[in-house]
Design a protein around this ligand. Structure first.
Ligand code: ATP
Ligand code: MG
Length: 391
């Protein structure tokens, strides 16, 4: 009896054209995630991946890693057993039907047979195994909503035996949709935005704007921690870049209209992110903006920000409720870090009454006025050139 893990692709199987690439990417991501377990063999088939050469001792740890990998719809720890109905019956009993281990009251058998030369067909196998279970336990059959699903798969070489499926992370394998540059703030929203982008197969890189000494090293540490928490979902990738925005921030304080300060700051963020993404051949930007959440997240603000972008800005949370975002943040483990009280530059420099309906013309006018005072475009390029890789 050999333990294995069966991994199912889900959504992948419907995408015929790119399928091979998806499976390849998923296999790479699984291999990377399991790099501490070099002995595990990863074998792919058209409808599943199987992990073999596993010991029972590492099974739970491996499953905990796999459930964070996008592109996996479900997985099952399973046993490969000899192709013999007596052996099969005994294994069903010993593995699943020990009354001390299961609270199940009802069961259903699922049998599939890819080896048609096996002397018993699926119906005959069901009859034999079901009769045995009914005789030797108190379990009853329930075909609609069974507590215990017992799956038997007759292959060419062996028989697989497994119980209820474990739900996977779903989505598409990270990397199969390309790369995106996310503006990561350290708040609740942008890490959740990252998670949702990863789920659609995007590998996320991060750009964080800091304004030392106004923002503290602890705020940077917080962003680092968030990136580390997100790494298992991001095919292990970190790629956190820090932009020191202090010089530009100082210039923005010269603005006549204080209420436009945040919106102009956001336009600067986007301009810098554009340059960065173009340099690293990243095809889109992303933010954690959600419509109506704060004053700066109105359609007018989004327009005023968007107009300076040369790449699409993916806003994966745009229609989400705060409540739902918080729930995802808790589920993926970023919430506790996000609520640590270290201000980022947006919260530090927020004016008393930020404009909620900014006019694009006014933004341009103010930027032109500022240009009369200082060459902010040059400062912006210098700022971009000083971006540092943190992780
Ligand atoms: P978050 O919870 O992600 O901080 P928020 O609800 O606080 O979002 P804003 O402060 O308006 O909203 O920020 C909107 C988006 O702008 C953020 O989701 C993030 O993508 C980006 N952003 C804000 N501040 C920074 C920063 N210091 N560095 C990088 N990106 C930032
Ligand atoms: Mg914020």
């Amino acid at each position: 009896m050999v333990p294995i893990i069966i991994i199912r692709y889900g959504e992948l199987t419907t995408k015929s054209k790119n399928r091979i690439d998806f499976i390849k990417q998923l296999k790479i991501n699984i291999k990377y995630a399991l790099s501490d377990y070099q002995e595990i063999k990863i074998i792919h088939f058209h409808d599943r991946i199987e992990l073999t050469n596993l010991s029972l001792a590492i099974m739970n740890d491996v499953i905990n890693i796999l459930v964070k990998i996008f592109g996996i719809s479900s997985l099952s720890p399973a046993f490969s057993i000899d192709k013999n109905i007596e052996v099969l019956s005994e294994k069903v009993m010993s593995l699943f039907l020990n009354q001390d281990l299961t609270n199940a009251k009802t069961f259903k058998l699922f049998v599939s047979r890819s080896d048609k030369s096996f002397p018993l067909n699926s119906e005959q196998i069901i009859k034999i195994i079901a009769a045995m279970i009914l005789k030797r336990t108190n379990l009853k059959v329930n075909v609609i909503n069974p507590d215990l699903k017992i799956n038997i798969k007759v292959n060419k070489e062996d028989i697989y035996l497994f119980a209820n499926k474990i739900t996977g992370a779903g989505g598409l394998p990270v990397g199969s949709s390309g790369k995106v540059l996310l503006l990561l703030s350290g708040g609740i929203d942008s890490p959740v935005a990252a998670y949702k982008l990863m789920k659609r197969g995007l590998q996320v890189q991060y750009l964080h704007f800091a304004t030392p000494p106004f923002t503290l090293p602890a705020a940077l540490k917080k962003v680092e921690t968030l990136v580390q928490i997100l790494a298992p979902y991001n095919a292990g990738s970190k790629n956190l870049y820090i932009c020191n925005f202090t010089n530009l921030q100082n210039e923005l304080t010269h603005l006549k209209k204080e209420n436009y300060r945040i919106i102009l700051m956001r336009r600067m963020f986007i301009r810098i992110a554009n340059l960065f993404a173009e340099k690293y051949k990243i095809q889109a930007l992303a933010t954690g903006e959600a419509l109506g959440q704060v004053a700066s997240q109105t359609l007018a603000s989004i327009n005023a920000i968007n107009i300076v972008a040369t790449l699409p800005i993916l806003r994966s949370l745009i229609t989400e409720d705060k409540f739902d975002i918080i729930n995802i943040a808790k589920k993926i483990g970023t919430y506790k870090t996000s609520i640590l009280p270290f201000a980022d530059c947006c919260s530090l420099f927020v004016p008393k009454n930020p404009v909620t309906q900014p006019k694009i013309k006014e933004c341009q006018l103010l930027e032109n006025e500022l240009k009369q005072l200082i060459d902010w475009e040059q400062i912006l390029i210098n700022t971009f050139n000083e971006i540092e890789k943190r992780l």
